[in-house]
Write a protein that binds this ligand. Structure first.
Ligand code: SAM
Length: 232
């Protein structure tokens, strides 16, 4: 299957395995991952956030329930909310989730914004788990005709060492542990030592001291920096 589908399947498999109930997809774009996740009955709250409101609006109405959805006993428990907003800003409606996904998003941020993203996601939202995917630049020589970055809007593309260094630093700072994996293997005959085409970090919040960091000064204050576009 195409790579974007493999990335989304990776998230779906995680949701099924971990029975994640509240899931936020950051940089949800046209909501294609949310459209797939809504069929998984473990999910009760699905939220999408993107800085590009027009992109979200394009296909958001495809998220309305279709009659067969009601044949699923748990379907009436599912809520979906879509927001226009930037992952560099905190919003208290996004706290306390089981899973935050960031699929091919961080490479669209400047490095200072990646720092804000880390603070917002791991320091403020403090979800139980986070999945971050981003291109592995070591794979680029295997992509035919590619010069420079994979997309003109990419601000950087990291090697595995660069991604792992960011991920380990963030894990240490905010009390998470991280495992590295990916999707998209090198075709046979090519050097598999380049790693996966998309690299993925799966973060789990550590319990104990850091598990409690949900409560800190200023917590009682609600912050609404995102605009609600759709709720169903
Ligand atoms: N996650 C989707 C997927 O896997 O198909 C879309 C990935 S697309 C390459 C990157 C998305 O990130 C775009 O929809 C873009 O508008 C969004 N984006 C870029 N900067 C953002 C920011 N600061 N806050 C929220 N979304 C952002």
């Amino acid at each position: 299957p195409p790579l974007h589908r493999q990335r989304h399947q990776f998230v779906i498999d995680f949701v099924k395995r971990n029975k994640s109930k509240k899931v936020v997809d950051l940089g949800c774009g046209e909501c294609s991952l949310l459209r797939k996740l809504k069929f998984h009955r473990e999910v009760e709250l699905l939220v999408g956030v993107d800085i590009d409101g027009a992109k979200v609006k394009k296909r958001m109405h495809d998220l309305v329930p279709i009659s067969t959805d009601y044949l699923q006993p748990t379907y009436d428990q599912l809520c979906i909310e879509l927001y226009q907003g930037s992952v560099t800003q905190s919003d208290s409606r996004l706290r306390g989730f089981d899973l935050v996904t960031s699929i091919e998003l961080i490479e669209h941020l400047t490095l200072p914004d990646v720092e804000y993203f880390s603070e917002v996601v791991f320091g403020y939202m403090t979800p139980v788990a986070v999945i971050v995917s981003t291109p592995n630049s070591e794979f680029n020589p295997l992509l035919p005709g590619l010069k420079g970055f994979r997309h003109t809007d990419h601000k950087f593309e990291w090697t595995r060492a660069e991604f792992q260094s960011w991920a380990l630093k963030v894990s240490l700072k905010y009390g998470y542990e991280v495992e590295f994996t990916g999707v998209g293997e090198a075709p046979t005959g090519h050097d598999e030592r380049v790693g996966f085409c998309s690299q993925i970090g799966v973060f789990h919040r550590l319990m104990g001291r850091d598990g409690c960091n949900i409560l800190f000064a200023g917590d009682a204050i609600d912050v609404f920096s995102y605009t609600l576009l759709y709720s169903i």
